[in-house]
Design a protein around this ligand. Structure first.
Ligand SMILES: [Zn+2]
Length: 164
Protein backbone atom coordinates (compact mmCIF):
# COMPACT_ATOMS: atom_id res chain seq x y z
CA UNK A 1 0.00 0.00 0.00
CA UNK A 2 1.10 3.55 -0.69
CA UNK A 3 0.07 6.60 1.23
CA UNK A 4 -1.06 9.39 -1.07
CA UNK A 5 -1.73 12.91 0.12
CA UNK A 6 -4.53 14.55 -1.84
CA UNK A 7 -4.52 18.21 -2.76
CA UNK A 8 -7.11 18.87 -0.03
CA UNK A 9 -4.66 17.54 2.55
CA UNK A 10 -6.49 14.26 3.06
CA UNK A 11 -4.41 11.09 3.07
CA UNK A 12 -5.53 7.85 1.47
CA UNK A 13 -3.83 4.49 1.19
CA UNK A 14 -3.99 2.89 -2.22
CA UNK A 15 -2.39 -0.09 -3.83
CA UNK A 16 -2.00 1.57 -7.18
CA UNK A 17 -2.36 5.29 -7.83
CA UNK A 18 -3.46 4.71 -11.43
CA UNK A 19 -6.22 2.35 -10.26
CA UNK A 20 -7.31 4.90 -7.66
CA UNK A 21 -7.52 7.68 -10.26
CA UNK A 22 -9.10 5.75 -13.13
CA UNK A 23 -11.71 4.19 -10.82
CA UNK A 24 -12.70 7.63 -9.53
CA UNK A 25 -11.52 7.03 -5.95
CA UNK A 26 -9.08 9.90 -6.31
CA UNK A 27 -10.42 12.84 -8.27
CA UNK A 28 -7.72 14.74 -10.13
CA UNK A 29 -7.75 18.54 -9.81
CA UNK A 30 -9.32 19.74 -13.00
CA UNK A 31 -11.37 16.56 -13.30
CA UNK A 32 -11.57 13.90 -15.96
CA UNK A 33 -10.73 15.28 -19.39
CA UNK A 34 -12.22 12.31 -21.22
CA UNK A 35 -12.83 8.66 -20.44
CA UNK A 36 -13.97 5.54 -22.22
CA UNK A 37 -14.69 2.02 -21.02
CA UNK A 38 -10.96 1.30 -21.10
CA UNK A 39 -9.06 4.54 -20.62
CA UNK A 40 -9.07 7.69 -18.52
CA UNK A 41 -7.41 11.03 -19.27
CA UNK A 42 -6.56 13.77 -16.80
CA UNK A 43 -3.92 16.37 -16.07
CA UNK A 44 -1.55 16.05 -13.15
CA UNK A 45 -1.65 19.68 -12.02
CA UNK A 46 1.39 19.10 -9.81
CA UNK A 47 3.14 19.70 -13.13
CA UNK A 48 1.43 22.87 -14.30
CA UNK A 49 2.10 22.68 -18.02
CA UNK A 50 -0.75 23.85 -20.21
CA UNK A 51 -2.31 20.94 -22.08
CA UNK A 52 -0.29 18.17 -20.41
CA UNK A 53 -2.38 15.01 -20.30
CA UNK A 54 -1.94 11.64 -18.66
CA UNK A 55 -3.75 8.86 -20.45
CA UNK A 56 -4.12 5.78 -18.25
CA UNK A 57 -5.70 2.39 -18.80
CA UNK A 58 -8.48 1.37 -16.44
CA UNK A 59 -7.17 -2.16 -16.25
CA UNK A 60 -4.19 -2.79 -13.98
CA UNK A 61 -1.65 -3.74 -16.61
CA UNK A 62 1.89 -2.55 -17.14
CA UNK A 63 2.94 -3.33 -20.68
CA UNK A 64 1.83 -2.45 -24.15
CA UNK A 65 1.52 -6.09 -25.20
CA UNK A 66 -1.04 -6.71 -22.46
CA UNK A 67 -3.64 -4.55 -24.21
CA UNK A 68 -6.45 -6.58 -25.73
CA UNK A 69 -7.82 -5.89 -29.20
CA UNK A 70 -10.60 -3.57 -28.08
CA UNK A 71 -8.23 -1.61 -25.87
CA UNK A 72 -5.72 -1.24 -28.69
CA UNK A 73 -8.29 0.36 -30.96
CA UNK A 74 -9.75 2.51 -28.21
CA UNK A 75 -6.27 3.63 -27.19
CA UNK A 76 -5.08 4.87 -30.55
CA UNK A 77 -8.40 6.57 -31.22
CA UNK A 78 -8.40 8.32 -27.88
CA UNK A 79 -4.75 9.28 -28.08
CA UNK A 80 -5.19 10.88 -31.49
CA UNK A 81 -8.44 12.56 -30.44
CA UNK A 82 -6.74 14.17 -27.46
CA UNK A 83 -3.81 15.15 -29.64
CA UNK A 84 -6.15 16.84 -32.11
CA UNK A 85 -7.90 18.73 -29.32
CA UNK A 86 -4.52 19.94 -28.02
CA UNK A 87 -3.80 21.31 -31.47
CA UNK A 88 -7.25 22.75 -32.20
CA UNK A 89 -7.95 24.35 -28.84
CA UNK A 90 -4.51 25.18 -27.48
CA UNK A 91 -2.50 25.50 -30.68
CA UNK A 92 0.01 22.89 -29.56
CA UNK A 93 2.30 22.07 -32.45
CA UNK A 94 4.40 19.29 -30.92
CA UNK A 95 3.88 16.78 -28.13
CA UNK A 96 6.39 14.50 -26.39
CA UNK A 97 5.09 11.13 -25.34
CA UNK A 98 6.54 9.36 -22.34
CA UNK A 99 5.61 5.94 -21.07
CA UNK A 100 7.63 3.51 -18.98
CA UNK A 101 6.51 -0.03 -18.30
CA UNK A 102 8.42 -0.43 -15.06
CA UNK A 103 6.11 2.01 -13.33
CA UNK A 104 5.07 1.67 -9.70
CA UNK A 105 1.54 2.50 -10.86
CA UNK A 106 0.11 1.05 -14.07
CA UNK A 107 -0.13 1.73 -17.79
CA UNK A 108 -0.17 5.47 -18.35
CA UNK A 109 1.19 7.70 -21.09
CA UNK A 110 2.35 11.25 -20.51
CA UNK A 111 1.50 13.64 -23.33
CA UNK A 112 3.78 16.62 -22.75
CA UNK A 113 3.23 19.62 -25.03
CA UNK A 114 6.38 21.22 -26.28
CA UNK A 115 6.79 24.95 -25.58
CA UNK A 116 9.52 27.44 -26.48
CA UNK A 117 10.77 27.75 -22.89
CA UNK A 118 11.58 24.02 -22.87
CA UNK A 119 14.34 24.30 -25.46
CA UNK A 120 16.96 25.24 -22.89
CA UNK A 121 16.51 21.81 -21.32
CA UNK A 122 17.34 19.94 -24.50
CA UNK A 123 15.67 18.86 -27.69
CA UNK A 124 14.67 15.30 -26.97
CA UNK A 125 14.14 12.71 -24.22
CA UNK A 126 16.83 14.25 -22.04
CA UNK A 127 14.66 17.32 -21.54
CA UNK A 128 11.60 15.54 -20.10
CA UNK A 129 12.64 15.31 -16.46
CA UNK A 130 14.14 18.81 -16.17
CA UNK A 131 11.08 20.25 -17.93
CA UNK A 132 8.70 18.54 -15.51
CA UNK A 133 10.78 19.57 -12.49
CA UNK A 134 11.01 23.14 -13.74
CA UNK A 135 7.24 23.26 -14.11
CA UNK A 136 6.65 21.78 -10.67
CA UNK A 137 9.17 23.96 -8.87
CA UNK A 138 9.09 27.25 -10.78
CA UNK A 139 5.71 27.54 -12.45
CA UNK A 140 3.43 26.85 -9.54
CA UNK A 141 2.16 30.42 -9.36
CA UNK A 142 -1.51 31.33 -9.27
CA UNK A 143 -1.53 32.92 -12.70
CA UNK A 144 -0.04 29.90 -14.44
CA UNK A 145 -2.19 27.44 -12.49
CA UNK A 146 -5.26 29.39 -13.53
CA UNK A 147 -4.19 29.15 -17.15
CA UNK A 148 -3.61 25.42 -16.78
CA UNK A 149 -7.09 24.95 -15.31
CA UNK A 150 -8.57 26.99 -18.14
CA UNK A 151 -6.79 24.77 -20.66
CA UNK A 152 -8.14 21.63 -18.98
CA UNK A 153 -11.67 23.01 -19.23
CA UNK A 154 -11.20 23.93 -22.88
CA UNK A 155 -9.86 20.47 -23.75
CA UNK A 156 -12.64 18.77 -21.81
CA UNK A 157 -15.28 20.81 -23.59
CA UNK A 158 -13.75 20.16 -27.01
CA UNK A 159 -13.52 16.42 -26.40
CA UNK A 160 -17.13 16.31 -25.26
CA UNK A 161 -18.30 18.01 -28.44
CA UNK A 162 -16.20 15.61 -30.46
CA UNK A 163 -17.90 12.53 -29.01
CA UNK A 164 -21.50 13.64 -29.59
ZN1 LIG B 1 -3.46 -0.15 -11.16
Amino acid sequence: MRKITLSNGETVEVECLSCAITSGLIKPDGGVVIETDYFHAHQDVAYPIKGLIILASKRHIKSFDELNDEEKIDYINLLSKIRKAQRDVLGIEYVYYFYNEDTTHHFHMWMVPRYEWMHEFGRSVESIRPVLLHARNKMNNEENKLEVMRAIKALTRQLKVGTL
